[in-house]
Design a protein around this ligand. Structure first.
Ligand code: S3P
Length: 428
């Protein structure tokens, strides 16, 4: 489905966005590993989380939809059974990497595969620590790529210094450590999103955190839970940016997760001059949640890099659109990880901006954008199957002088199936 996005009148009103995708994956997996029934409210129903649900069912877990909630009947690690086919993780890196940590503990064969994008993404980063813990795990091209074939078993705790800032890798190690003998220690140079740690603490795991160090003593049992998933800041980010760049806009996004390891997009938009207010800040299931109000303002350029990058890594495509709408030169550096996402997002961001008539250039670990306070548009873009590139292109279209056509827009179903309905409600 190709969709045309045109210069929009003000975006106005309030909305909630789908449940946080990262937390939803973890709620499904952790509830499957706990003993007893867990209930999950407002789970993301995007394709990625559906992939995780499908895989956990294939591992023998009973997961049922009951009206608005998902019920997950966990029987502990030992309750998982050998899948009778390969596990298809679809487009979801989180599914593949987190499940590799689970599979590493089980004394049976698990094969993890995914779509052509996922089969190009780096997997050595999970193969290495899980092998150190004692799992037999290998993949294509010398274990760099999926499919991954895993025969797990008795694992031992390890001390591990993270080589890249990756919450998926950190979580894979923690999931394996839960069923390993002895202590696992993980050290991060730059903090990545910490949902797994927060959720494990809520579930009674034997976990301690001290600045950038995590200690977990296994084996350890998890309590079943009632999870209330906050709105996904990575989805809210499209409306924060859209309202900031479209004149006259004022949007309130309710119930958004504002965990500091995820909220870099707010800091950056504020530094660019956007008017953003956080209201009704509260903690739910160990996660900070707030309502976010954003109004249109003139934006200034910005240069970002260093430790803030992991806290906004998924929001960089839409931040690039905000940078294009600022007057002056903006830059992103230290973001080479963008090249290993659903697409090479550095190449994709620069390519779509150039097609829209914005001056932009790639660097090895980021890009530079020469913003002129406007986006010419008048183009037809291929998002390359990347949901966040498609939605960032749509937001650009709302501010562009001439229409922006986005091909195969359905890929937004990965994280935000109701994007077009929400856009319609805000522009009505
Ligand atoms: C995720 C972690 C991030 C992020 C991804 C989801 C997660 O990747 O980009 O969309 O749920 O753990 P990293 O593993 O590179 O941090």
């Amino acid at each position: 489905m190709d969709i045309e996005f045109k210069k929009s009148g003000p975006l106005r009103g309030e909305l909630t966005v789908p449940g946080d995708k990262s937390i939803s994956h973890r709620a499904v997996i952790l509830a499957s590993l706990a003993k007893g029934e867990s209930v999950v409210h407002k789970i993301s129903m995007g394709e990625d989380v559906k992939s995780t649900i499908r895989c956990m069912r294939r591992l023998g877990v009973e997961i049922v939809r009951d009206g608005e909630v998902m019920r997950i009947r966990g029987k502990g690690y030992a309750g998982l059974t050998e899948p009778d086919d390969v596990l298809d993780c679809g487009n979801s890196g989180t599914t593949m990497r987190l499940l590799s940590g689970v599979a590493a503990t089980r004394p049976f064969l698990t094969v993890l595969t995914g779509d052509s994008s996922l089969r190009r993404r780096p997997m050595a980063r999970v193969v290495k620590p899980l092998s150190m813990m004692g799992a037999v795990i290998c993949g294509r091209e010398n274990s760099r790529l999926a499919p991954l074939v895993i025969r797990g078993g008795e694992l031992k705790g390890i001390e591990y210094q993270m080589e890249v800032a990756s919450a998926q890798v950190k979580s894979a190690i923690l999931l394996a450590a839960l069923d390993a003998r002895g202590e696992t220690v993980i050290r991060e140079t730059v903090l990545s999103r910490d949902h797994t740690e927060r959720m494990l603490l809520e579930m009674g795991a034997n976990l301690e955190r001290n600045q950038n160090e995590i200690r977990l003593r296994g084996p350890c049992d998890l309590n079943s839970m009632e999870w209330r998933i906050p709105g996904d800041i990575s989805s809210a980010a499209f409306w924060l940016a859209a309202a900031a760049i479209v004149p006259g806009s004022e949007v309130l996004v309710r119930d958004v997760g504002v965990n500091p390891t995820r909220a870099g997009v707010i800091t950056v938009l504020e530094s660019m001059g956007a008017e953003i207010h956080l209201e009704d800040y509260r903690i739910i299931n160990g996660e900070p949640v707030a309502d976010i109000l954003v109004k249109h303002s003139e934006l200034k350029p910005i240069a970002i890099g260093g430790s803030i990058i992991p806290s906004l890594i998924d929001e960089i495509p839409v931040l690039a659109v905000a940078m294009a709408m600022a007057h002056g030169t903006s830059a992103v550096r230290d973001a080479v990880e963008l090249r290993a996402k659903e697409s090479d997002r550095i190449a994709m961001i620069v390519s779509i901006l150039k097609q829209m008539g914005v001056e932009a250039a790639e660097t090895a670990d980021g890009f530079v954008i020469h913003g002129r306070g406007k986006i010419p548009g008048n183009c037809r873009l291929a998002a390359g199957g990347d949901h966040r590139i498609a939605m960032a292109s749509a937001v650009a279209g709302l501010a562009a002088e001439m229409p922006v056509m986005v091909e195969d827009f359905n890929c937004v179903d990965i994280s935000y199936p109701s994007f077009l309905q929400d856009l319609q409600a805000l522009t009505r």
